[in-house]
Every structure is written in C-alpha cells, then in structure tokens.
Design a binder for this molecule. Structure first.
Ligand SMILES: *Cc1c(COP(=O)(O)O)cnc(C)c1O
Length: 403
C-alpha cells in the first residue's frame, strides 16, 4: 500500500496504517524489524551514494533500511509532507539541516529561546564555521524582519518554544523569510502534527524530536526532517548519509509502534494538561501558569488560531523554585523529576533563569529580557503531563507543593 492511498483517511487510521503493509513472504500483519546493516545486491550495484536514486534496492542501512522507510512514510502521512528523513535524534536532524542549508558566508535568523542544544550550537559552533547567526524573539514579527540580511538563507523557529511555551506566528514569519529569499524551518516537537501542520502554513522544513510525543513512551531516541522532495532528497544524499546520524532500525520500529496511538494520546495529553493547569492556576502557592490552552496565556488568540491541540506541556512559577525543586524530587510519587517530555509518564524539571541565561540563551536587547521575564520570571517548572489519571497527578502535586 502506498502513502498516497492514505491522504483521504483520518488521522488515527493514518497513524495505524500509513507506511505499513503485511510482509509479502510471511503475511505478518505487524511491520518487520529489519536488523541488517547490509543487503545482498546485484553485481552491478553502485558503490557511491551519488549514484543512488529513490527506487534503488536496499544496499546499506546508513543509506536506507526498510523499517526506517516505514517510519518515514508514517511520519510523512501524519505531517501531510511529501517526504521525511529520519535521524538518530532530534539534534541529529537539526545538525544535518543546519550543515546542509548553510555554508560559510551565509546568515541565519534563529529564535533567541529554543531547545538548549540548538541554542548552544548556534552560539558557538555554527558561527565558528563563518556562518552569521542573529538571535531574535521570533514571536515579534518586526524583530524577524529587522534581522533579515541579503545573505540570510534560513529562519529557524520553535513554536511553542522550549521551555517558555512562547508561540511564533508561522504564516507571518514564512512570508518574511520567503520575501528575503530564505527558507523557514519550524521545530514542531512541542506542537506535534496533532496541533499544527507548519508546511501548510508556509514552512519549508519541519523538525521533530521523535524522542518526545511521536515515539511517546520514553524508550527510544529519534528525530526527523519533513518537507519537499526537492529539498530533502539532496539533503539525505549529500548530508544526512555522510554525517551518519541515522536511526537504528530497532528505534525506528519502537517509534513506529508508539505512533500507532499518537492521535489518541495527544487528545488525552491535552485533556489531562488542561485539568492540571487549571488546578495549578487555582493553587495559592503558584504564582504563574503558562499553558497555551488557558485564556491566561499571553498569546491565547494565536494559540487558538494555530493549534488544534494544546499539547501536554505546562510551565509554572512558585516563590522559591530551587527549594520547591528539591522538595518535588524527594516527595513526588507518580511524577518523575526528570528531563525530557512527551512520554506517557509525567515528568517535571526546574529551569532556573540565571543558570539558563549563562549557559544557553544570549540576549542583546532589553525587549528580549522583558519577554523572557514575562514567561519565566526567576525560573519555571516544566511539567510534561502524561497519561496517568488527572486526579492522581493533581493529588501528587498537592501533597508535594511546599511541604
Ligand atoms: C528534545 C528536543 C530536541 C532534541 O531532540 P533529541 O531527540 O533529544 O535530540 C529538539 N527540539 C525540541 C523542541 C526538543 O524538545
């Protein structure tokens, strides 16, 4: 069965069936896990990836593998993308994109607050390759416009951004990027395809850390780039296969299996998160809650326009976050005090403003500090609301808040 047969189906049907087909030989209903690095070829098979085209037989797993291909087809179906390239991690996907899209002398506009490893990479390693980087608050379209230069080739945003849950208007920024001849990449890990389809809003590339909601079970790292074939076929051939950050077929298989329930899980994450966010907003010790599904979110109007699902991540502030973090780590019984997000298990972690502004985020204007302060104050708890019973989660927070 080809992917094109799935465009007419609903999201849950696509999540289960797209990319999968019963094995021709065994008639197995579940997808095969092909743990082979190499494939027996004809004597005239080419030895360089330069000669590879889409219909080539399998040769070597770094170039392509049947299980990884199934994952890429399922991802493309859910994101309504022409094609996808899977990677060993979200950062593997991001690194391949930056190194493919940018060369010495080019310039990129990058969100001033984004996933920490991307922020750190674009603070040092990318500028060291003689690629200019301007960090701006991309929630302000005028700041993006002002940062564009004649050699800008990429605008890079995250919406909602990690960890602030600040949003960027994708359609507006896509117009700004395209007017300047640049491409727009959107890290949609927090939103997921259940909430937003950035390609339909004008983005050229979508990035996912599959480690989070798409895999959904906290057991496998993975990443993906999605977009047009004219962009991603050369990216796969010239950059991804050579950098070598390919996903293991085993992880691809685990993520495929996790994705079968993806739309169902996202509905449940949203339902739980709204209950927990409402509980936290009513708690006397909680000073501020940020959740795109609450009318108190500073960009609630944009959230409603751009997100069909508000996802499961909440941030909140208390008077002494560092002290509360120690209490949470000790007292929480269900919620794990741990990094990462998007799993069926609830996870919480404290992010201290002073620490992050030293290690990861470099601001140059007073407006950037002000925006950070609006969303994060002295520091935030990032709570990834899992799929446990909502009453057990609020009960767990209740017994651990400030005790
Ligand atoms: C986790 C995350 C990444 C990185 O993904 P890995 O799979 O950990 O490499 C990138 N972007 C966002 C928004 C993330 O949350």
């Amino acid at each position: 069965m080809q992917n094109r047969h799935f465009t007419a189906f609903g999201e849950q049907t696509k999540a289960i069936h797209a990319g999968e087909h019963p094995d021709a030989m065994t008639r197995a209903s579940a997808p095969n896990l092909v743990m082979s690095t190499t494939f027996v070829t004809d004597a005239d098979a080419g030895f360089s990836v330069e000669a590879m085209d889409e219909d080539n037989a399998w040769i070597y797993t770094r170039w392509g593998n049947p299980t990884i291909k199934q994952l890429e087809e399922k991802l493309s179906a859910l994101e309504d993308a022409e094609t996808a390239v899977a990677f060993a991690s979200g950062m593997g996907a991001i690194t391949a994109l930056l190194l493919h899209q940018l060369k010495a002398g080019d310039h990129a506009v990058v969100s001033d607050v984004a996933y920490a490893a991307l922020s750190e990479l674009t603070n040092e390693m990318i500028p060291n390759l003689n690629i200019g980087v301007t960090k701006v608050d991309t929630s302000d379209p005028e700041a993006v416009q002002a940062a564009m230069k004649p050699n800008t080739r990429l605008v890079y945003i995250e919406t909602p951004c990690n960890p602030l849950l600040r949003l960027t208007d994708i359609a507006t920024v896509a117009e700004t990027a395209h007017r300047a001849g640049a491409k727009l990449a959107v890290d949609s890990t927090f939103a997921t395809p259940a909430a937003t389809k950035p390609l339909q809003l004008g983005a050229d590339f979508v990035i996912h850390s599959l480690t989070k909601y798409l895999g959904g079970h906290g057991d496998a790292l993975g990443g993906a780039l999605l977009g047009r074939k004219t962009d991603l076929t050369p990216l796969r051939k010239k950059t991804a296969i050579r950098l070598g950050g390919v996903i293991s077929p085993f992880n691809a298989w685990l993520i495929l299996r996790g994705m079968a329930t993806f739309p169902l899980r996202m509905r449940a994450h949203q339902e739980n998160a709204l209950k927990v966010a409402t509980y936290l907003e009513g708690h006397p010790l909680v000073e501020r809650v940020i959740y795109p599904g609450l009318p108190s979110h500073p960009q609630y109007e944009l959230a409603r326009r751009q997100m069909n699902n508000f996802s499961g991540i909440i941030t909140f502030q208390v008077a002494d976050g560092k002290k509360q973090a120690r209490i949470f780590a000790e007292k929480l019984r269900i919620i794990h005090y741990a990094v990462s997000l998007g799993h069926h298990r609830s996870l919480i972690f404290y992010l201290d403003t002073q620490d992050l502004l030293q290690t990861s985020f470099k601001f140059s204007s007073p407006e950037q500090f002000k925006s950070w302060d609006t969303f994060a104050g002295k520091g935030i708890f990032r709570l990834s609301v899992g799929l446990e019973d909502a009453a057990d989660l609020t009960g767990d927070l209740e017994q651990a808040l400030n005790r």
